[in-house]
Write a protein that binds this ligand. Structure first.
Ligand code: GAL
Length: 415
């Protein structure tokens, strides 16, 4: 019997990621939407590192500097190892890691489970253990592992969980805590449902620290698909890792992909409620004051990072035919006993959103309790600064098209 228990424990160990890095969603920056392939080089990465420090973003929590596709040379070296592209990264990846670490940041890198990355460069199929070792030797802190160029297609579950699993085991074997972020999809088609990365028993927290649950967020439509997919996966996000609805798009000029200012802030609000990784995907070196204010809002970040680690959920949806055209209310319970509520207006006009009985019944407050309401963007009492649990509470959103309001409801302490 004892023998069986030991065996079962060992099997379990081999099948899950054991690096202690699922305590809070990772925060940082990823190169893909900013530098793409064309501008991926050492000088730009160092400039990003300096900007993360000088702008205050590092101190706000954005510590990961993650290199996406196109850091690697077109060929492995003589010993079969991945190597940085000598033209664009002349001093090599370890020296770059040292620079990034000297700035108080963490170093992230990218590979792929297939025979090539999405941009056709060397990837990890058949070299998982060696690549994991190489990354550990470079002092890598985070690996985004993609899903292109697999031999049996992007959605062959047996194959993909097996191959992503090989990299998980390779990372485990290094003994270095490396955040493992699985980037599913591969074909990147918005109609491909990849929610199974969260729900399949071989996926989720058994596989990785985070897993993509939708295709790339490149504009508002794909952003909506991502958060609506995430709304169906609440239970998995609270279970050993994080659902990943992809990167944050800012609204600054000069970014390859962006949202309107209103929507970029709503994406940040939603990502806080959804306990999503916060990876900035904008031209960080030219972030405007508005985007900087968005990403350094400590109160919204605190919701995202809440130590209770309970993903928030969609509690009210009033749609006009499709959920993309709707008003909605989202809730996240916090360790303090407070609740963050997000009121979201996706109609094409101003609208009032009411937390009525269908909303209160989803919340942990006792009927009749007196509540204080704080607005996380005005850093003070909300326009309607108090509420009574169970009684209609109305939020007026003066414009639609993705405008939202993020409020904290807390039970008033009676003295
Ligand atoms: C995609 C992935 C993007 C980016 C790109 C790089 O598959 O979803 O986030 O990593 O590949 O080629």
């Amino acid at each position: 019997m004892a023998k069986l228990a030991v065996c079962l424990a060992l099997v379990k160990l081999g099948e899950s990621l054991d690096n202690g890095l699922s305590q809070a969603p990772p925060m940082g920056y990823n190169t893909w939407n900013d530098l793409g392939c064309k501008n991926m080089n050492e000088a730009n990465i160092k400039a990003v590192a300096n900007t993360l420090v000088d702008s205050g973003l590092r101190d706000a929590g954005f510590v990961y500097l993650n290199l996406d596709d196109c850091w690697m040379a077109p060929n492995r070296d003589a010993s079969g190892r991945l190597q940085g592209n000598p033209e664009t990264f002349p001093t090599g990846m370890k020296a770059l890691a040292d620079y990034i670490h000297s700035k108080g940041l963490k170093f992230g890198i990218y590979s792929d489970r297939g025979s090539a990355t999405c941009q056709g460069l060397p990837a990890s199929l058949g070299s998982e253990e060696l690549d994991a070792q190489t990354f550990a030797e470079w002092d890598v802190d985070y690996l985004k592992h993609d899903n292109c160029h697999s031999s049996t297609g992007p959605n062959d579950k047996d194959q993909l969980f097996k191959e992503f699993g090989l990299m998980r085991d390779g990372l485990n074997a290094t003994g270095r805590p490396i955040f493992y972020s699985v980037c599913g999809g591969g074909d990147n088609k918005p109609w491909s449902d990849i929610k199974y990365y969260a729900s399949d028993p071989r996926g989720g927290g058994a596989l990785a620290n985070s897993w993509r649950i939708s295709s790339d967020v490149v504009e508002w439509q794909s952003c909506q698909l991502a958060y609506l997919a995430d709304a169906e996966l609440t239970e998995y996000g609270s279970n050993g890792g994080f659902n990943d609805p992809d990167m944050l798009l800012g609204s600054s000029d000069g970014s390859a992909r962006s949202l309107t200012s209103v929507r970029s802030r709503s994406q940040f609000n939603l990502w806080a409620i959804l306990m999503a990784p916060l990876m900035i995907g904008a031209n960080i070196r030219e972030l405007d004051a508005y985007d900087l204010a968005t990403y350094t809002n400590k109160e919204v970040i605190a919701v995202n990072q809440d130590p209770m680690r309970k993903q928030g959920r969609l509690i009210v949806m009033n749609k006009v035919l499709v959920p993309q055209i709707s008003t909605s209310i989202w809730a996240r319970e916090l360790a303090s006993g407070n609740v963050a509520l997000l009121f979201m207006n996706n109609l094409r006009k101003s609208s009032s959103i009411v937390c009525g009985s269908d909303c209160w019944s989803e919340l942990p407050f006792e009927a009749g309790a007196a509540l204080d309401v704080r607005d996380l963007w005005s850093f003070g009492p909300a326009e309607t600064a108090s509420a009574v649990a169970g009684q209609d509470y109305q939020v007026d959103l003066s414009s639609g098209n993705g405008k939202s309001s993020l409020l904290i409801f807390s039970a008033r302490i009676i003295v």
